[in-house]
Design a protein around this ligand. Structure first.
Ligand code: ATP
Length: 241
């Protein structure tokens, strides 16, 4: 299908997903515009991870459609989706602990040719200078915040057009949370579109162009990040105010 330069980068319509008889997503429709940072917030078990897994193709869609730059990828295999420009940073980072930092990153670039891998690796080192310093250490020896950098860097090695981030702030000290969010903002400024799943609603809404609220598998609210952050219902349910 032809790509429309004015259409959204990601268009999800009527998406459903299930684990056996348990419906985890129902009628989910959302968009990520080219170059946008979109946040998806919701409580534990709302279906946030399931949505990302369905987008990246690890979990099948039970209904609905996923379009990336106009192309229907609803039934595409995960590897094809990576080639098309989707990269997921999984919840809990899931770096390869026994491998070096550099090998973790190089694995991310395995679908790219050697020359472009080197170029992107330089970009990752520039984004995370501490990883260059620690490139020969095994990733399992790094702090949680640095492992999160490895996980983000590994996804960037695929040269994604859309980065899917699953709870990047989980388990990090407040100072590191601020660093991770600064990095996400910088990625967007450099042109990578981002779909950010977060329980840290306050931080997510403060940087998001647009945000969606997911409750028991359905989108119940959406709007510009700042607008949602000021919404009374959102403040009470997700911001503890
Ligand atoms: P969390 O913030 O805890 O990661 P979430 O919003 O990402 O939550 P999901 O993990 O997507 O939510 O879960 C959505 C629903 O699907 C929940 O009811 C959950 O219990 C169920 N679920 C998730 N994974 C499985 C699975 N492998 N088998 C069965 N049910 C599952």
């Amino acid at each position: 299908m032809a790509s429309d330069p004015h259409g959204p980068l990601l268009q999800v319509s009527g998406l459903a997903a299930a684990y056996g008889r348990v419906r985890a997503l129902e009628e989910v429709s959302l968009e990520v515009a080219q170059g946008a940072l979109v946040a998806l917030i919701g409580a534990n078990g709302a279906g946030k991870t399931t949505l990302l897994r369905t987008l990246s193709g690890v979990q099948p869609a039970a209904a609905g459609a996923i379009r990336l730059d106009g192309a229907d990828i609803t039934r595409a295999r995960p590897r094809e989706r990576v080639r098309a420009g989707l990269a997921q940073v999984p919840e809990g980072r899931q770096v390869f602990g026994p491998l070096s930092v550099e090998d973790n990153l190089r694995l991310g670039g395995i679908l790219r040719d050697a020359a472009s891998s080197e170029r992107i690796l330089e970009r990752v080192w520039a984004l995370f200078p501490v990883l260059r310093e620690k490139r020969r250490l095994t990733a399992g020896m790094l702090s949680g915040g640095q492992q999160q950098m490895v996980a983000i860097g590994r996804a960037l090695m695929t040269q994604p057009r859309l980065l899917l981030l699953d709870e990047p702030s989980m388990g990090l000290a407040p100072k590191l949370v601020a660093e991770v969010f600064a990095t996400i903002r910088r990625l967007r400024e450099e042109g990578t579109s981002v779909l950010l799943v977060e329980q840290n609603a306050h931080a997510a809404l403060s940087i998001a162009d647009h945000a969606y609220v997911l409750e028991t598998g359905r989108i119940v609210m959406q709007g510009p990040g700042r607008e949602l952050a000021g919404n009374a219902q959102v403040r009470e349910a997700y911001l503890g105010m």
